[in-house]
Design a protein around this ligand. Sequence first.
Ligand code: TRP
Length: 446
Amino acid sequence: MNAQIGKFSRLGFVLSATGAAVGLGNIWKFPYITGVYGGGAFVMVYLVTILLIGASLLIAEMVIGKRGQQDCVSNFETLSNGKRGWKYAGFTLFTGLVIMTFYSVVIGWIFYYIYLTFIGLPTTIDDAKNVFDQVYAHAPFLQIFFHLLSVLFVGVVLLGGIKKGIEKTNLILIPFLLFILLGLLMYAMEFDSFEKAVHFMFAPDFSKLSSEAIIRAVGHSFFTLSIGIGSIMTYAAALPKRAEIYKAGLMVAFMDTFIALIAGLVIFSFLFQFGGEPAKGPGLVFISLPVIFAKLGMAGTVIAFVFFLAMAFAGLTSAISLVEPSVMYLEDRLTWSRKKAVFWSSFVYFVVGVLVVFSISDGYKDLLTFGTKSLFDVLEFSVDSFLMPLGGILIAIFVGYVMKRDIVEGELLGHMGNSVFKIWYFSIRFIAPIAVLFLAYNAMKV
Ligand code: TRP
């Protein structure tokens, strides 16, 4: 590994891996799918999956990275016990760039909404729908501008390497994000509707639970923990040899879940208090919330600003983790300079991102629609139902069956203890692969 880019400190690693995990998935997607799929029972499935499968896979990915200390391709190759073909599993690292083609566009929308808090938020739902629709479908160049801002931010951080770029950014942004969300939570706790929000999120009504909801909950638990494309593996590769990953893994899974639940509680408290419906879908935070914030006058503007800022921080720290696996691969394996690696990775997802923007813009979208799906949908769908499950299952099989058991034990046993290790190993060998297959199979049908 290139010594210049540095290694993580313990805290730096936990915060950066938390930064990778906590993203738009937590603040934008989790609340809206919870709303769509009816609340409590959905949340329950999500929590159980994180506990039984998600956290185990997260730790498995850390084991590969920590032990391999290199880029994903080299990690799979050197730890494969001579089965060198496994190196191809490492190429799942490019999924990060695929995700970035739309993830960065959505971060761009958030930037735009931060800007909107200065010039005035929409005050009625119809207004808000118009504003969102205007950006989403009628302003490709505006979107490209904000998408480019996000690409540049991420690029500059990546140029700084692990220590001075990634660790430093996360050490600042993640505490900030926590502070903002906890502040919003305290504010929301004063509302009469807070209890209603708690009830909506935690009282399970299993009659509302469809099989589609289960698939969504399982799929989302992978996405939210950043499993399967080498983000966490790449970060773990920059850990000092002595660092231990079991507690770090639990901590990251806990923080990720905690922040999603807080974001949900805040958003639903506001919705119930000021009259919005929970089942609004993707427009939840872009349409329903701004109107509520606008009703609260000056205080609302400030709340809107910090809320969107928190969301931007969450998105950017995840974005960094989505691109770093490619950068590290190009740098280590192809011996490119970091500058060149950052430039070309950024360039590729920027350009495809531009196509993604046009694929949802009136006037251009016909060119970029395949069947009934826009390029945006096609990419998101292939990530959710194919690329991520693929990455997840490869990791489970690799750690469960290909890597030598004593190497895996060496990373974990001392910290986990024998019985926890056995449970974890069982989950990696049997539960996780079956769950991922179930997920992939069913996702194809939805
Ligand atoms: N977990 C992030 C979110 O919730 C997104 C993300 C970052 C991700 N790195 C990842 C998803 C790796 C899958 C794989 O928004």
